[in-house]
Design a protein around this ligand. Structure first.
Ligand code: FMN
Length: 193
């Protein structure tokens, strides 16, 4: 993409990040209505969908878990529901399903490194989140400080969907924060200007 359209979009690329693969929920077992569709085409197409970046957190007897996610969607206002896609191999998915609770921290442009850490691409986050500025929510699950918004959720439904589970949560607490959001688009982190 050229520089001018970026300005017209009111978006600014964050220089420190380049996502070589992007994040796309890829599933070979899911029936496709387009048999000839190749997984790379699917990945390339979905990379063009701009998404907010969040950290989904959970608690286990051994400590806290968290992952970077770009699949958070607001589903319903009354009752307040969100969904997030959690991949099968994820430790956080296990913790969410076992405890029936999770929190969401909506990341800002200043928190790109936080996104990298919870995606397993930077030094691993220890189970007590000692290096991550956070507070403990009313449900005992951590929330990251300095975010654009925070949610505390109870799992309502879990739907198997290919290599992910679609986890629908009832929002028990929601709080707006401040700051420009971190945006994933075209395998790169961006922010609004
Ligand atoms: C930008 C970005 C978005 C991601 N979105 C998701 C997502 O929506 N769901 C998911 O399960 N994993 C997602 N991932 C991958 C997880 O963050 C990654 O696999 C993480 O290391 C899982 O950690 P865990 O096993 O400790 O739970 C994403 C990664 C990146 C970089």
């Amino acid at each position: 993409m050229e520089a001018t359209p970026r300005i017209e979009l009111g978006m600014e690329v964050l220089q420190t990040s380049a996502l070589p693969l992007g994040y796309v929920a890829l599933e070979s077992e899911v029936d496709s209505k387009i048999p000839s569709m190749q997984s790379q085409e699917f990945r390339d197409a979905m990379a063009k969908l701009a998404a907010g970046v969040v950290v989904v957190s959970a608690r286990t007897p051994e400590g806290y878990r968290g992952l970077t996610a770009s699949t958070l969607v607001s589903v319903s206002v009354d009752p307040p529901l969100v969904l997030v896609g959690l991949e099968h191999g994820s430790m956080t998915r296990l913790a969410v399903i076992e405890t029936g609770q999770f929190n969401v921290s909506v990341l800002t442009r200043d928190q790109e490194f936080v996104a990298e850490r919870f995606a397993g691409r930077a030094p691993a986050v220890d189970s007590r989140w000692r290096e991550i500025p956070h507070r403990i929510g009313s449900n005992g699950i951590p929330l990251i400080e300095g975010c654009a918004a925070w949610l505390e959720c109870e799992v309502l439904q879990v739907h198997a969907a290919g290599d992910h589970d679609v986890c629908i949560g009832t929002v028990r607490l929601a709080q707006p924060g401040a700051g420009n959001p971190l945006v994933l688009w075209d395998r790169t982190f961006w922010t609004l200007q």
